[in-house]
Every structure is written in structure tokens, then in C-alpha cells.
Write a new protein. Structure first.
Length: 662
């Protein structure tokens, strides 16, 4: 046990050492990148050691550090923790390696690796926390470090705005999370997960509010409706950052939070969670279908897949949600890093058009021959995303859809909308990933590009992530996750009733056929509409003049940004304008009036001082001088004259005494 404690603390602390090194040696880019990559590599090896030991399965380990005021921070090592530390350190390591080539010419490379270390440390802090308060502290640190990474190229106005937007939107969800923490403490007088798990929690009105608070926190961090607007803009950060925090780790924190506290969620909260998740998945799936920026397609895809995970939490399949979180972390990181490789190659492309954009898929085409390793990686990870059998995404996504159908069958009525929308989203996923593959790697070349070298630091992460996107890595059964190692590891999170579990087994085989058919149909439709013989294969900027208003709405993320601008931003701008006017015209006017009055008063006081006070003083001085001139003549030095003045003085004294006696 002491060995596990030391290992866990060591692997968590190593990334923060990388932060310190990166900030201290900011001019030594190569040295910092090598050291920090090595530190993350050690963290990953230690995390893998804990995971493979399996000691946490039978006896979860909790350790508390005695501090002050009965606040005992610590860590919790159970199956959920062990899985997440492997995902966080593993993806972070591959991103560090990929960045060696992708970011090598950046002038702030050392700072970039320092920020990666801070983020990795923050995520590990979230994962190992043994209580809500400690989790919240690292939760906020994750938000801060993501702000630094999204706005890393802060000289670009779009990057700076995206960082601010992500930070502000996440604060909305964090308010709900903080309220939930306060309610939980008032209700149970503890915030420790293990203690709360032992309680027979009575769900009441306040616990429903706490559940909605936790849900709101997850919606913000995992970019779910209505707080999904920050994630597409966050693509302004470096592409490896997108792979790390927007595909594998940060956005998964919200799902992790709900999985960690699933025993405290009210049934009403779970139902709403399911509906929000599937609505978000469908909305984002439609939006991804109309994007031209390769990273934007993957961004909306991430939102959509997170919607699946949220749906799984809502229908009681929290174990399959975490399963999908695991598979998604690897195949989506592979897609983002592959996109980074494409963008890296397109930097060398030539085009005479001033509108050329290396991230616009309409400028690509035929790249499979230019970057073959990237192409293979994109195909493998893309098929996992599409949910094709034999790939990892099929196992986890199919399990969530199957249990959602069983959940709906148990409840009936409107609840069937959840599996229906989940299947529609699966179709959309196959179409947009097929569209992306065809526009980027097939068809005619729409810009001039020679065959590119794919250095080992780019190729190795892509190959490893491709391997981790194959279904056999997770389950020997190509058509189901039941009985797999991950399913056994996470089985305790499942909250399905006996009837739902029974229906899940009944529906499983049929759903395998339906899911496979949907994935194949979606890919076939994409080939028909975007394939080598379509107008998209050679023509830049296909004619979209026929777009209807609905298509424009979908393409622009359902105009959510405009809605928020009108509903929230513009009113605050108006209020701020009113206060500015009042401040400028009224407050400043009053202050200026007082200032003018003080100036006038000072002038009057100065005049009074000069002409009255100084005049009186000068009069006294002049009079004294005049009297002095007169009396000075009396002192002539003649004894006779002094005797005369003495007689005159005595006479005056006698007269005065005589006068006073009358």
C-alpha cells in the first residue's frame, strides 16, 4: 500500500516539475522539451504499473494528509482512478512526443511544454481527488491551464478571444458545481466520496438541486448544450493541444465528475441528463456535417461523442460511458494528431489563390499519397469514430445505444426519442467522417504539394493511437464489450434496473446489426456524395448558393452564439453603456463641478488672503514703521531735550491721573 501511495504521488508531481523547468529555462527549447517529455513518460510508466497491478480492484486505497481545521486532502485510488491516470498520462505523453516536431519552430516552445505540464498535473489532481472540494480546486486549475493553452498564440486576436470565451463559459458551469458542493456538505457534513458512498442517500428537493448543480458543472466542462459554444472556438490553440484537452482529457472531466457522483443523482436529473446528452449529440453531428475546417469537424464530433457519454450516464450505463470515454480518448486523439499532421504538411503546399487556408478541406484532396502513415491512421481512427465493427468505437457506442433502447422500452412513450436520436447521430457520424476522409485524402489535388516526410515524432504517436483504436485491444468479442477487462473494471458504475439489464441482453444482437448497417450506409452515402466522381473531388468551393436558411443555421452552430449575444452579451453591453454614460455625464460632471468649485473657492481665498489678510499685516507693518520713524527722532542724544520730554511725560501722567480721579 505504501508503494502505491509513493507511486501515485510521484506520477502526479512529475508534471509540475516540468512546469518549473519550463519556466526557469525558457530559452532552452530543446532541453525543456526533452526533459518534460521524459518526465511525462515516467509518469505514464508509473500509471501503467498501478493499473496492471490490479491491487485497487478488491481494496480501493484512500489516503488522507492531516492538515489544519479538519481539512484533510488526500487521494482515492480505485478502478476509475487507475483507468483515468493511464489515459491522461498516456495521451499527454503522445502529445508531448508529437509536439517535438509540430512545435519545434515556435519561439515560445519552453513555455508551451511548461503549460502542458501544468495541465497534466491539474487533470491528474482531478482524477485522484478523494473529496469534492479538492476536486473543485483542481477542476478550476484545469480551466486556468486550458485558458493558457487555448490562448497560447495570444498575439492572434481570435486565439485570445477563444481563451476568454472558454474561461467565461466554464465559469457558468462551475457556479453550479460549487452550489452542489455546498448543498452536499450541508446535507451530509462530509465531502469524501467513500463516506458518501456508504450513506443511504435520501433524495429530496435539495439533493435534486445538488444534482442539477453537478450536471451544470459537467455541461460546462464537457461542452454540452447549452454550454457547448466554447469548444469550436478553442480550436484556435495548437493542434496537439486540441488532441490533449479537447478530445481526451479536459472535456472528459465533466463525464468523470458525473460518473464519480452517479450514486447521488436524482432520477429526474438522470432523465434530463439523457435527453440533454442525446440532443447535444444530434445537434453537433448535424453541425459537423457542414464544416470546412478540418479541426472544426473534429471539434463538433467531440461534442457529439461527449453527448453519447452523457446519455449513457442518464440511462444508467455509466460504466459504458467511461468505456466510451476511454475508446474516444484514443481514437479522437489520433484524429486530432492526424489532422495536425495534415495541417503541418499543408504548410508546405503552394497555391496562387490569396484565400488559401491550410486547414480548409476544400484546398486538400489526394493527400493519401503525400502522407501515407497519416492517411492510414486517419482511416483506422475514423472507422472507430464511425462505429464500424472490429473497431473500438463500435464496442462502446453500441453498448450505450443498446442500453438507452432498453431504458426507453422500460419507460415507454417520449423516452424512445433518446435511442432514436442516438441512432440518427450514429448515421451523421459515419457521413461526416467519411466526408472528411474523402475530401482530404481522395479526389484530385486542389493545391500543389510534394510528398512530405513524416518524422518519427509524428508517426509513432499516430501508429500507437491507431492500434488503440482497434476493438480487439479492449474485447476479444468483436461485437460486444460484455466480459471485457474494462467492463469488469467499471461494472460497479452501472445503475440499470434488473428489467433494463434483461432488455439490454435481448436487444443486443439486433442493435449490433442495426448499428453496423447504419455505419456502413453512412460511409456509403458519403462516398456517393463526396467521392472521387463527385463535384467535390476537384472543384474548390462547391456552389452552396442553394443553401436554405436551415442549412445556414446548422452550419453556424444553430446560431447559438448569436442567440447568446442577443440574450446576454448585448443587454450587458447596453447596461454597461448606460453606466458609462451616467459615470461620464453625472458622476464625472458632479466631480468636475466640485473640482471647479474648489478651484473658484481657492482663488477667492487667495484673493482674500492677498488683499485683506496680507493688506492688514502690511498696514500694521507700515504703521509700525511710521511710528518708529517718528519716535526715533525723540532719541536725539541731547540731555536737555530728554529732560524736556521727561517733564512733558510727567505732566501727561499727572493730567491722566487727575482726569481719572474726577
Amino acid at each position: 500500500m505504501e508503494r502505491d501511495i509513493i507511486i501515485l504521488l510521484t506520477l502526479t508531481g512529475l508534471p509540475i516539475i516540468g512546469l518549473i523547468i519550463g519556466l526557469m529555462l525558457r530559452k532552452h527549447h530543446r532541453l525543456v522539451s526533452s526533459i518534460n517529455t521524459g518526465l511525462i513518460g515516467i509518469s505514464f510508466i508509473l500509471a501503467l504499473t498501478i493499473y496492471l497491478s490490479g491491487s485497487f480492484i478488491e481494496n480501493p486505497l484512500e489516503y488522507k494528509f492531516q492538515w489544519m481545521l479538519n481539512i484533510w486532502p488526500g487521494f482515492l485510488l480505485n478502478s476509475l482512478t487507475a483507468l483515468l491516470i493511464v489515459i491522461v498520462t498516456g495521451v499527454s505523453l503522445l502529445v508531448h512526443i508529437f509536439s517535438l516536431e509540430y512545435m519545434k519552430h515556435d519561439q515560445q516552445l519552453a513555455k508551451y511544454y511548461a503549460f502542458l505540464g501544468l495541465f497534466t498535473f491539474s487533470m491528474l489532481g482531478v482524477v485522484i481527488a478523494n473529496n469534492f472540494l479538492q476536486l473543485f480546486v483542481f477542476w478550476e486549475l484545469v480551466g486556468f491551464s486550458s485558458y493558457l493553452l487555448i490562448g497560447f498564440w495570444f498575439t492572434k486576436d481570435t486565439a485570445a478571444q477563444a481563451a476568454r470565451k472558454a474561461f467565461i463559459v466554464n465559469r457558468i458551469g462551475d457556479i453550479g458545481f460549487l452550489i452542489a458542493i455546498l448543498i452536499i456538505y450541508v446535507e451530509f457534513e462530509t465531502l469524501y466520496f467513500t463516506t458518501l458512498a456508504d450513506y443511504s442517500i435520501e433524495l429530496n428537493g435539495w439533493m435534486m438541486v445538488a444534482g442539477f448543480g453537478l450536471l451544470l458543472g459537467a455541461l460546462g466542462k464537457s461542452a454540452q448544450f447549452p454550454l457547448l459554444v466554447w469548444l469550436p472556438d478553442a480550436m484556435e490553440g495548437p493542434t496537439p493541444v486540441s488532441a490533449l484537452i479537447h478530445a481526451a482529457t479536459m472535456v472528459a472531466a465533466g463525464i468523470f465528475l458525473l460518473a464519480r457522483s452517479v450514486m447521488m443523482l436524482d432520477p429526474v436529473v438522470l432523465e434530463i441528463t439523457a435527453f440533454i446528452g442525446v440532443i447535444t449529440a444530434t445537434m453537433a453531428g448535424f453541425t459537423a456535417l457542414f464544416q470546412h475546417d478540418i479541426k472544426k469537424v473534429l471539434a463538433y464530433s467531440t461534442i457529439s461523442q461527449l453527448g453519447y457519454m452523457l446519455t449513457g450516464i442518464g440511462v444508467g450505463a455509466a460504466d459504458m460511458s467511461m468505456f466510451h470515454l476511454t475508446t474516444h480518448a484514443f481514437f479522437k486523439a489520433g484524429l486530432f494528431l492526424s489532422a495536425g499532421s495534415v495541417i503541418h504538411a499543408m504548410h508546405h503546399a503552394k497555391s496562387d489563390d490569396p484565400n488559401f487556408d491550410e486547414q480548409d478541406m476544400r484546398w486538400m484532396g489526394g493527400l493519401r499519397k503525400k502522407i501515407p502513415i497519416t492517411f492510414i491512421s486517419f482511416v483506422v481512427c475514423g472507422m472507430a469514430l464511425a462505429g464500424l465493427p472490429l473497431f473500438s468505437g463500435f464496442l462502446s457506442k453500441d453498448a450505450i445505444i443498446t442500453q438507452s433502447l432498453a431504458w426507453a422500452a422500460d419507460k415507454g412513450g417520449l423516452y424512445y426519442a433518446v435511442p432514436d436520436l442516438a441512432l440518427i447521430t450514429a448515421l451523421l457520424t459515419a457521413i461526416y467522417i467519411g466526408r472528411l476522409l474523402l475530401l482530404v485524402f481522395f479526389g484530385n489535388e486542389r493545391s500543389t504539394l510534394d510528398k512530405q516526410k513524416e518524422p518519427w515524432s509524428i508517426s509513432v504517436p499516430l501508429i500507437l493511437l491507431s492500434i488503440l483504436s482497434i476493438g480487439f485491444v479492449y474485447s476479444l468479442n468483436p461485437f460486444g464489450a460484455e466480459g471485457s477487462t474494462l467492463q469488469q473494471l467499471l461494472g460497479h458504475l452501472n445503475r440499470a434496473t434488473g428489467k433494463v439489464t434483461e432488455l439490454t441482453h435481448i436487444f443486443h444482437f439486433g442493435m449490433v446489426i442495426i448499428s453496423s448497417a447504419i455505419a456502413l450506409f453512412g460511409l456509403g452515402y458519403a462516398f456517393y456524395y463526396y467521392g472521387p466522381k463527385s463535384k467535390y473531388s476537384s472543384k474548390y468551393g462547391p456552389d452552396f448558393s442553394h443553401k436554405k436558411r436551415l442549412v445556414l443555421i446548422i452550419e453556424n452552430n444553430w446560431f447559438l452564439d448569436k442567440v447568446y449575444h442577443v440574450a446576454f452579451v448585448r443587454p450587458f453591453e447596453i447596461i454597461a453603456g448606460v453606466f458609462e454614460y451616467v459615470d461620464r455625464k453625472v458622476v464625472d460632471g458632479f466631480v468636475n463641478l466640485i473640482g471647479m468649485a474648489e478651484v473658484v473657492g481657492a482663488h477667492l481665498a487667495g484673493m482674500f488672503d492677498q488683499h485683506v489678510i496680507d493688506g492688514l499685516v502690511n498696514f500694521v507693518a507700515t504703521t509700525s514703521g511710521w511710528l518708529g520713524q517718528i519716535t526715533r527722532r525723540i532719541q536725539s542724544g541731547q540731555v536737555q531735550l530728554q529732560f524736556v520730554w521727561a517733564l512733558i511725560g510727567i505732566a501727561l501722567i499727572i493730567v491722566c491721573i487727575k482726569f481719572l480721579m474726577i
